[in-house]
Design a protein around this ligand. Structure first.
Ligand code: FMN
Length: 497
């Protein structure tokens, strides 16, 4: 009810509290009222299709009354507005968004979206596919974004310094609107045959796409199968809306309105679960040298740890990543230290622990290393060779044993008796949370997806098989939820800053 009164006040232009008034002007609240309302309802778009209506939140009788006399204020259900929503900063403040536009009849609507994203505080750079540039001009987007617009991969001056990689690293979010059926198919198959698809592969930024196409193209099994693949990889699909189409047909496939896309992005963007938190993540394998050319290692790809680092950064954490020998791109906003051996990883982790609130030990640290490293390449002797191994430091156990410790998350990679082994490790190492996964043929290590069993003192959660970034986001949400009651208190796993 309070919200409704507040809304009515704004609509009638009566004076709001001084600070709110000032911030309303600063953030253009008067003009973006609808976006704010939709923000609060944004989650409904993420699971589209949704019914298409410009003014879907306004009761029908109010719309009719307003059409007769625009000065009559509309009323909103009370939950939609609160004083807080007017006092907050722009929903996408300082977020670096790469807007990809593909070739469809709705490409012209991306111009409005560019403006709305900037209104919401985002920095926007636009990439048009070559087919999009047949529908709309780069100049429009250059003027609206205030940045040069790129349309192709083969631009000699832009690529003089590998511009596409620079752009891929710059982006914190990639939004493709409209996303054509063809582009969706190319993304699902990991093609990189133009600038936009190359950027999607080269970037660690979260990707959201807003499809727009003829309703039959949308309903086609091929399109739906491609979207299933993309969703499983953690890509968000916004909409589409449904209604009358440019081709004269009626059904699902309309591009969501710009405000709805901004609102859905804002809902994904905030509130940030780990804002103000410092997270240390270890990732990848360790390699233990035998001689100058050989080593003992393991099959960890580092993808799970890198995904956790990315998910923590997405949730506003300051992330330090200690990475074993892997060739993965550093997620946007993450600071990385590369190491090779378990002892180097131990040193790097211990150096960063005093500045960390959360430690996620996702690295597959070798338990043993050769007792001696030969100075020269070992020669064949014709007989068998015995390597003497010595134990490596147990990094996660040492961190958990510290007097003033962060919240400690371990990983357990097991080939059998997953829950029993993980439960024992949780207790023995005094961890706050353990993420257990079955490893072996085609599972856990060295693949893009995984399945996790989360265990913590007094609770458990099963995360079904999904892309590692999807699991990492769920894991980060669980960490945030478990840490919540401990914030501000000094206890194991709840360090006071
Ligand atoms: C007039 C016209 C309108 C089109 N509209 C759409 C559309 O709304 N959605 C879609 O998926 N494809 C549409 N297409 C087909 C795409 O433009 C075509 O699949 C193209 O290859 C997409 O290229 P891109 O994904 O690289 O931008 C349209 C084609 C034409 C000629």
């Amino acid at each position: 009810m309070l919200g409704q009164q507040f809304a009515a006040k704004i609509n009638r232009g009566l004076p709001a509290p001084a600070r709110a008034q000032e911030q309303r002007q600063q953030f253009g609240v008067g003009q973006r009222r609808r976006a704010t309302r939709q923000h609060l309802f944004a989650r409904s778009f993420v699971f589209g299709p949704v019914a298409y209506r410009h003014d879907f939140n306004i009761p029908r009788q109010d719309r009719a009354r307003q059409a007769e006399n625009p000065r009559i204020p509309v009323s909103y259900p009370p939950v939609m507005l609160s004083a807080d929503s007017y006092m907050s900063a722009p929903a996408l403040a300082n977020l670096r968004i790469l807007l990809g536009v593909s070739g469809g009849i709705a490409a012209y609507k991306a111009a409005e979206l560019t403006r709305r994203l900037r209104d919401a505080g985002a920095e926007v750079r636009v990439v048009l596919t070559e087919n999009a540039a047949r529908f709309v001009t780069p100049l429009t987007f250059q003027a609206l974004s205030g940045q040069p617009v790129r349309c192709g991969l083969w631009d000699e001056s832009a690529e003089a310094a590998m511009g596409h990689i620079e752009l891929a690293r710059w982006a914190q979010r990639i939004v493709i609107a409209p996303a054509s059926a063809d582009l969706i198919a190319r993304l699902a198959h990991g093609l990189a045959d133009d600038l936009l698809t190359t950027l999607c592969l080269a970037s660690t930024a979260a990707v959201a796409l807003a499809p727009a196409m003829n309703q039959q193209m949308w309903a086609h099994a091929a399109t739906q199968a491609n979207l299933t693949v993309l969703r499983a990889r953690g890509i968000s699909v916004l909409g589409p809306g449904s209604g009358s189409q440019a081709c004269g047909e009626f059904g699902a496939g309309r591009l969501l309105e710009a405000d709805a896309i901004v609102a859905a992005l804002a809902a994904m963007h905030g509130p940030q679960l780990l804002a103000g938190t410092r997270v240390l993540v270890s990732a990848g394998p360790t390699f233990e040298d035998i001689d100058p050319v050989r080593y003992v290692g393991n099959r960890s790809s580092g993808r799970m740890g890198f995904a956790v680092a990315q998910a923590a950064a997405e949730q506003g954490a300051e992330v330090q990543l200690v990475a074993g020998p892997v060739h993965l791109p550093t997620p946007a906003g993450v600071v990385r230290t590369d190491v090779r051996s378990a002892r180097q990883m131990h040193a790097a982790v211990m150096q960063h622990i005093p500045q960390s609130d959360i430690f996620v030990s996702a690295a597959a640290v070798g338990d043993y290393r050769p007792a001696e490293i030969a100075t020269h390449k070992l020669k064949k002797t014709g007989g068998s060779l015995t390597l003497t191994l010595t134990e490596n430091p147990d990094i996660v156990a040492q961190v958990a044993a510290l007097k003033n410790r962060p919240f400690v998350v371990g990983f357990a990679a097991e080939t059998r008796d997953l829950q029993a082994h993980a439960q024992a490790k949780l207790a023995a190492k005094k961890l706050d949370l353990i993420a257990a996964n079955q490893v072996g043929a085609g599972a856990g290590f060295d693949c893009a997806d995984n399945e996790l069993l989360l265990l913590w003192p007094g609770g458990k959660e099963h995360l079904a098989r999904a892309d590692k970034i999807v699991l990492a986001r769920a894991l980060v949400a669980r960490i945030a939820a478990l840490r919540e009651p401990a914030l501000g208190r000094t206890r194991p796993g709840g360090r006071k800053r």
